[in-house]
Design a protein around this ligand. Structure first.
Ligand SMILES: O[C@H]1[C@H](O)[C@@H](O)[C@H](O)[C@@H](O)[C@H]1O
Length: 634
C-alpha cells in the first residue's frame, strides 16, 4: 500500500538546472528521452546545502500561484466561524440569561449543545466527505452556519435558541474536519503546514473577534445578543458564495476517477507550473492504494487492521485528545475569572480583558504559522507542550499560594432571608470561593482585608451578592468589594502570569498542530474517516473537560484541577515524543511510510532531518528497471 519515500521526492529538472545554469544539458537529456537520476552531491563544486536552499526557493517560486491562497482563505472562513460561534456564546449568555430568564441548566444546554452537535457531525462528516467530496461538505457547513445565525438572531424563546445552537454546531463539526483536509489536499508540500495552520489562525481569530463583539454589544442591554449571534451570517454567506466558484479537491477527484476534471483543477491551482509529475504521482499512489487495499469492509475496520493507518489513527486521535486534556478551553472560558483573581473587579473590564486573552491566543498562533515550516511539526509540538506543562504548573502554584494565604472570614452577618445558607459556615475565603452558590464580600484597610464574610450569590448574576453589603446598590456606599470565584490575595498575579505563559506556549504548537498533523497523516482512502474520528475525539474531550471543570475544581480545588491538567499534558509530552513523526516537506503520498515502524518508535523517524537527499528525475521514457529500484541515487 505504501510507496517508498524516495520514489516520491521529485524536484523538477527545470528548477535545478536553472539554478545550475545548465539549460543546455537539460535539453540534451530530455531529447535523449532518457531517465537519469542525478545525485545532487555529484556536483561537488556546489555546496549541497546552498544547492538545496536555492533549489527549494526556485521550486517554490515556480509552484505557488496566488490561487492556492485564495482557496485556503475561503476555506479557513470555516475555521473563523468555528472560533466565532464557540467564542461568542459566553458574552451573549450574560445578556440572554437576563432577557429570557434562563436557568443554569438552560445556560449549560445552550453552550454544550453546540459542542455536542459538533462532535456528532464531525463523526458523520467522514462519510459525507468520502461520498460527496470536500467542496459540497464546505458548502453544507456554510449553509448550517447561515441558517443557525438567522434562527439565533430571530429567536423568540429558549427552545428556538437551542435549535439554532444545534444547527450551528452541525456546521462547526463538518467544517472542523473538512477544511484542514481540503487545504492539505490543495496545497503544495512546502506550504501545506503553513496553509493548514492558517485555518487554526482563523479559529483563534474568530474567538478574538467574538470577544470584541461581546464587549461592544454588552453595552446594548436589549437584543444585544441577537447582533452577536446574527453577525456570523456574513462570513458564512461569503464562504458559501466563494465556494460556488472554487474547485473540488484534485485528490478526491482522482480517487473518484474524474481524471480530466482533476487535471483541470490541478493546473488551475498550480498556475504556470506543469502538473504532469504531480498528477502522475498522485494517480500512481491511488492506484497502488486501491490495488493493495484488498480486504473489503468499512473504512474504519480496514484502517484498524492495517498497521500504518492504525498507528496514524492513534497518533491523530491522541494529539486531539491531549490538546483538550491540556485544558485550553477552561483557560479560554475561565480567563475572566482568572483575570479577576488578579484584582480586576469589574465585569465589563473582565470581558474586555478576556478579549486580550483571546488576542494572545490569536497572535501566538501566528507564530505557529511562521514556525511550522521552519522547525517542523514535531519540534513545534514538543516545545509547545513542554512550555504548556510548565505554565500549567505555574498556574496551579498561583492558585495554591492564593489558597494557602486565603483570607479568613471575620464577620458573619445575619441572613435576612432566614434560609440558613451553607455560605455562612465557611471560615476561609478558599472554601467559600469553591462553592458555586457563595461569594466573598470584604473591605480593604491599607493592604489588609477586613470585615470579610461569605454570602450567597445573587441567583440572577454572579456580579453581586443576594443580600447584604455586596449588592450592586450597597457595594460602593459601604466601600465593600465582591469576589465571586476567586480570593483576593497578594499571590493572585502568579495566576495571571501562568495564564499568559500558557497561551504563549500553547497557541503556536498544541493549538494548531493536532489539526495540521491530522490533515496529512492518513492515505487518501482513509483520510476522511481518520479526520472524522480525530475531530470527533477533539469535540468529545472538549465537552468532557469544559463540563467537568467546575466540578473538578470543587473536588480538587482550582490548584488541584490545574495540577491534573499539567499531569495530562506531561503524559501527552511522552506520547508526542515517542509517537509523532516529522511530516514537514513530505508529499501526502509519502507520509504513510512514516508509520511503518512500531507505534512508539514512529517519533524517532525524525530521520531525514539533517540528512540531505536529493533525487532528480529527468522526464522522458523510462527504460530502466523500475521507479523505485536501486538506481535511485542518494
Ligand atoms: O485548535 C483550537 C484552538 O486552540 C482554540 O483556541 C480552541 O478553543 C480549540 O478547542 C482548539 O481546537
Amino acid at each position: 500500500m505504501s510507496r517508498k519515500a524516495s520514489d516520491n521526492v521529485e524536484y523538477t529538472l527545470r528548477s535545478l538546472s536553472n539554478l545550475m545554469g545548465e539549460k543546455k544539458r537539460r535539453k540534451h537529456d530530455e531529447g535523449a528521452g532518457e531517465r537519469s537520476l542525478i545525485a545532487a552531491d555529484s556536483y561537488t563544486s556546489i555546496n549541497s546545502q546552498e544547492l538545496e536552499r536555492a533549489a527549494r526557493r526556485q521550486f517554490q517560486q515556480d509552484v505557488t500561484p496566488a490561487f492556492v491562497y485564495v482557496v485556503s482563505v475561503f476555506s479557513a472562513l470555516g475555521g473563523f466561524l468555528f472560533g466565532y460561534d464557540t467564542g461568542v456564546v459566553s458574552g451573549a449568555m450574560l445578556l440572554l440569561k437576563k432577557d429570557l430568564n434562563l436557568s443554569a441548566l438552560w445556560q449549560e444546554l445552550l453552550v454544550s449543545s453546540t459542542v455536542g452537535a459538533a462532535a456528532l457531525s464531525a463523526l458523520a462528516g467522514g462519510v459525507l466527505n468520502g461520498v460527496l467530496g470536500r467542496r459540497p461538505c464546505i458548502l453544507l457547513a456554510s449553509l448550517f452556519f447561515t441558517a443557525g445565525a438567522v434562527v439565533l438572531a430571530a429567536a423568540r424563546d429558549k427552545e428556538t435558541l437551542l435549535g439554532g445552537r444545534v444547527v450551528v454546531g452541525l456546521g462547526i463539526g463538518i467544517a472542523s474536519m473538512t477544511v484542514p483536509v481540503y487545504i492539505a489536499e490543495a496545497a503544495p508540500p512546502h506550504l501545506r503546514g503553513r496553509l493548514v495552520t492558517i485555518n487554526t489562525l482563523f479559529i483563534t481569530g474568530g474567538q478574538f473577534f467574538a470577544a470584541v463583539v461581546d464587549g461592544a454589544f454588552s453595552y446594548l442591554s436589549r437584543d444585544g445578543w441577537r447582533y452577536m449571534f446574527g453577525l456570523s451570517a456574513i462570513p458564512a454567506i461569503l464562504q458559501f458564495l466563494g465556494f460556488l466558484f472554487l474547485p473540488e479537491s484534485p485528490r478526491w477527484l482522482i480517487q473518484k476517477g474524474q481524471t480530466q476534471k482533476a487535471r483541470r483543477v490541478l493546473s488551475q491551482i498550480r498556475g504556470v507550473q506543469t502538473i504532469d509529475e504531480e498528477y502522475d504521482s498522485i494517480k500512481n499512489s491511488i492506484d497502488e492504494e486501491e490495488k493493495d487495499a484488498g480486504a473489503g469492509g468499512p473504512v474504519i475496520y480496514r484502517m484498524l487492521i492495517y498497521p500504518p493507518t492504525r498507528r496514524a489513527l492513534i497518533v491523530g486521535c491522541g494529539l486531539q485528545m491531549f490538546q483538550q486534556l491540556a485544558g485550553i478551553n477552561t483557560v479560554m472560558y475561565y480567563s475572566a475569572t482568572i483575570l479577576q483573581m488578579s484584582g480586576v473587579d469589574d465585569d465589563r473590564l473582565a470581558i474586555w480583558l478576556s478579549a486580550i486573552t483571546a488576542f494572545t491566543n490569536f497572535s501566538f498562533t501566528l507564530v505557529g504559522v511562521w514556525l511550522v515550516e521552519k522547525v517542523g511539526r514535531r519540534k513545534l509540538t514538543l516545545g509547545s507542550l513542554t512550555g504548556t506543562t510548565l505554565a500549567l504548573i505555574v498556574l496551579a502554584l498561583g492558585f495554591l499560594l492564593s489558597a494557602q494565604v486565603s483570607p479568613p472570614v471575620t464577620f458573619t452577618p445575619t441572613d435576612p432571608t432566614s434560609q440558613n445558607s451553607t455560605c455562612l459556615k465557611y471560615s476561609f475565603c478558599n472554601g467559600c470561593m469553591l462553592d458555586p452558590s457563595c461569594g466573598f464580600c470584604y473591605k480593604i484597610n491599607g493592604s489588609n482585608i477586613v470585615d470579610s464574610s461569605c454570602i450567597p450569590v445573587d441567583p440572577k448574576t454572579t456580579a453581586q451578592s443576594a443580600w447584604g453589603r455586596c449588592t450592586n446598590e450597597t457595594k460602593s456606599k459601604s466601600g465593600s468589594y465582591w469576589a465571586y470565584n476567586y480570593c483576593p490575595t497578594s499571590y493572585s498575579w502568579t495566576a495571571l502570569i501562568g495564564l499568559i505563559l500558557y497561551l504563549i506556549f500553547f497557541a503556536p504548537g498544541m493549538g494548531p498542530m493536532p489539526w495540521t498533523v491530522n490533515s496529512e497523516i492518513y492515505p487518501l482512502w482513509a483520510r476522511s474517516t481518520g479526520n472524522a474520528c480525530s475531530s470527533g475525539v477533539n469535540w468529545i474531550f472538549n465537552v468532557v473537560i469544559s463540563l467537568t471543570f467546575l466540578h473538578t475544581a470543587e473536588y480538587l480545588t482550582y490548584y488541584g484541577a490545574f495540577f491534573l491538567y499539567a499531569g495530562f499534558a506531561s503524559v501527552g509530552l511522552l506520547f508526542v515524543y515517542g509517537c509523532l513523526p516529522e511530516t514537514k516537506g513530505k508529499k501526502l503520498e509519502e507520509i504513510e511510510s512514516l508509520f511503518e515502524n512500531r507505534l512508539c518508535t514512529c517519533g524517532a523517524s525524525e530521520s531525514d532531518e539533517g540528512r540531505y537527499i536529493e533525487y532528480i528525475r529527468v522526464k522522458g521514457s523510462n527504460y530502466h528497471l523500475s521507479d523505485n529500484d536501486a538506481s535511485d541515487v542518494e
